[in-house]
Design a protein around this ligand. Structure first.
Ligand code: LR7
Ligand code: MN
Length: 578
């Protein structure tokens, strides 16, 4: 019995031991493989993360191997066509504003240079980032450029975050964007969705439509000629994950419209942010120290007053709660300001994200017209858009700066903005002054408040009854004299109370060669000119000479003043939009 008992006890222990080992083996095996799996480890590290964390090794979403490929345009290098392809190149450039013939020879999956700061490779981001719809609106884009945008997103975005790519066709009429495009997209197994407008809506309304149709929690807008860079999306999503009222903007690299070279617009570690001048031209300015120093690491996001407009991420519901874009804005322009002012003044914020980089093709010119929407309007559409935006979001004082810089805008019909004002009221939005003081404090440094205009309109020579004209040239260029057309534009001059004579955002100055279009000195609003309303002469106070027209050559220059000489007499004639 005793032996039996002993035997039984020993056997039971043995069985327990074997069972224990049997259970342990798979556990040990699993642990050893998990150890090898960096993604799982990273997941363990970061699933609890609320905010990104700088780590020693590679960040959790970094690609493990960098693809090496050979071929035209690989690594983002420029690609040059052969001499005998010049015709095709020229033709596509005049059709699309970019060299599609060159793009056609470059792989849709080409590699590009990683242009990020080195530090960017070492951030862990929260693992459960919000699902994302990438929305790309397009009107008559070149095939290979549009599809390279799609391919780059597919290739460089973690699958589990990318809910869909939503293509919204704004009534293109190019043949290859019809059935051929639908067939091509089938290979993406439903990840890429295509919807089409039944009439031309312009990019602004088309984006709002895309936002409504999207199914992701976050929406990211891209122009239809972009290439996203390594690990571009997680850093854009991380701030939104923390706070749904943050709109994030990637740093935009340039893709050359002739040879498709991919390269950063600015040097490596200087940070820029979006501002504006008083005619509402978009500008970029080095980020003030006050903002930079708020951060711990140089690759962290920083706040920006505004952004270029095309590329950004935002929580979809938040965007829709803000009314998406003002639907009264037509086709192109100003929507970036509308959204920026709205977000900032109504409690949200905008961050630029150095670790997210996206390339964009800057075209040589705009290859499309504004369609029927523009024909219904009197005056330039973009200025009408700006007027809607400033009338909604600016305080009275700042509205005056806009009208001083764009005198004809006062007379433009901007339509009804009561819905926008209601929204501003409802959301209890702050004043523009608050925005200028707390967010856009670098704007007034660059573009000080504008003294009122003493005169604006065309400047007509008494002697020949023709007008001063820039001929559309950029500075530095000689000013010319032309038949007066009454539309303003290159003939719309203004003289302010501090003696600055300007056309658009440029200034008119004089030197030994003649009367010239020049860059206004940054941060100043004064100038040398004095107009005498009795003698109609324009005195240059520094040179103590007057603006004169040469009777034979029509050259404009400074001459010793002679108030009785009709070639030195000038009349400002106010003009109205036609
Ligand atoms: O009627 C149109 N319908 C469209 O769908 C006109 C255009 N589009 C599409 C077009 O195919 C493209 O995909 O809309 C997108 C933007 O149009 P672009 O590329 O002609 O605009 P852009 O790059 O010249 O201009 C910038 O300013 C615009 C103002 O309304 C938009 O905000 C653009 O998105 C914006 N682009 C960028 O911010 C990229 C960086 C450029 C800079 C600085
Ligand atoms: Mn663009």
């Amino acid at each position: 019995m005793a032996t039996n008992k002993f035997n039984f006890g020993r056997r039971a222990r043995l069985i327990r031991l074997i069972a224990f080992i049997l259970i342990l083996i798979p556990i040990l095996y699993l642990l050893s493989t998990y150890k090898k799996d960096r993604v799982f480890n990273a997941y363990l590290r970061s699933s609890h993360l609320e905010t990104p964390k700088l780590v020693k090794g590679l960040g959790n979403f970094e690609p493990k191997d960098n693809k090496i490929q050979e071929g035209p345009g690989e690594k983002g290098l420029p690609h040059y066509l052969h001499q005998d392809q010049q015709n095709a190149a020229d033709q596509s450039e005049s059709e699309y504003g970019m060299n599609i013939a060159c793009s056609d020879e470059i792989s849709l999956d080409r590699t590009i240079r990683d242009t990020r700061l080195e530090e960017c490779r070492h951030w862990d981001y929260p693992a459960n980032l919000p699902s994302t719809s990438v929305i790309i609106v397009f009107h008559n884009e070149g095939w290979s450029v549009l599809l390279r945008t799609v391919h780059s997103v597919i290739n460089r975005t973690p699958k589990h975050i990318l809910k869909e790519i939503l293509l919204v066709d704004d009534f293109s009429d190019k043949e290859n964007l019809k059935e051929q495009l639908e067939n091509y997209l089938e290979r993406f197994n439903g990840v890429v969705r295509l919807i089409r407008n039944t009439e031309r809506e312009g990019l602004i309304r088309t984006r709002s439509r895309g936002a409504k149709e999207a199914i992701g929690e976050v929406i990211v807008f891209l122009d239809a000629h972009c290439e996203v860079n390594t690990n571009w999306l997680p850093p854009l999503l991380a701030p939104i994950y923390r706070d749904r009222t943050i709109l994030t903007v990637p740093i935009i690299d340039g893709i050359n419209h002739k040879n498709f070279e991919y390269r950063p617009v600015y040097g490596e570690d200087r940070h820029f942010r979006g501002i504006f001048e008083w005619g509402m031209l978009y500008k970029e300015n080095e980020v003030p120290d006050r903002e930079l120093n708020r951060r711990q690491h140089n690759s962290e996001p920083y706040k920006s007053p505004t952004h270029a407009g095309g590329l950004f991420a935002v929580n979809r519901n938040y965007f829709l709660e803000l009314g998406a874009y003002d639907s009264g804005l037509l086709v192109w322009g100003g929507e970036n300001f509308e959204l920026s002012f709205k977000i900032w003044q109504c409690g949200g914020s905008i961050e630029w994200v150095p670790c997210s980089r996206v390339g964009h093709v800057y075209r040589s010119f705009m290859p499309y017209n504004f369609g029927k929407l523009a024909q219904k309007k009197k005056g330039p559409l973009i200025t009408i858009n700006y007027k809607r935006v400033i009338e909604t979001w600016f305080d009275e004082k700042y509205k005056e700066f806009f009208y001083t810089r764009e005198p004809m805008a006062r007379f433009l019909d901007m339509g009804d903005i009561s819905k926008q004002l209601e929204l501003k009221e409802k959301l209890n939005c702050k004043s523009f002054q608050w925005f200028m003081d707390e967010v856009a404090y670098d704007v007034l440094e660059k573009f000080p408040e504008l003294p009122p205009n003493l005169h604006f309109g065309e400047l007509r020579s008494v002697a020949v009854s023709k007008c001063i004209d820039t001929l559309g040239h950029g500075p530095p260029a000689l000013m010319a004299i032309q038949h007066c057309h009454g539309f303003g534009n290159n003939q719309l001059l203004r003289l302010n109370a501090k003696g600055q004579l300007g056309v658009g955002e440029r200034c008119i100055e004089a030197d030994g060669q003649g009367i010239k279009l020049a860059f206004c000195r940054l941060g100043t609003v004064d100038g040398p000119w004095l107009y005498d309303e009795n003698t109609h002469t324009l005195l240059h106070r520094v040179h103590q000479k007057c603006m004169a027209l040469h009777p034979q050559t029509s050259h404009l220059s400074l001459m010793p003043c002679d108030i009785n000489n009709a070639y030195q007499q000038w009349l400002f004639k106010e003009i109205r939009p036609k």
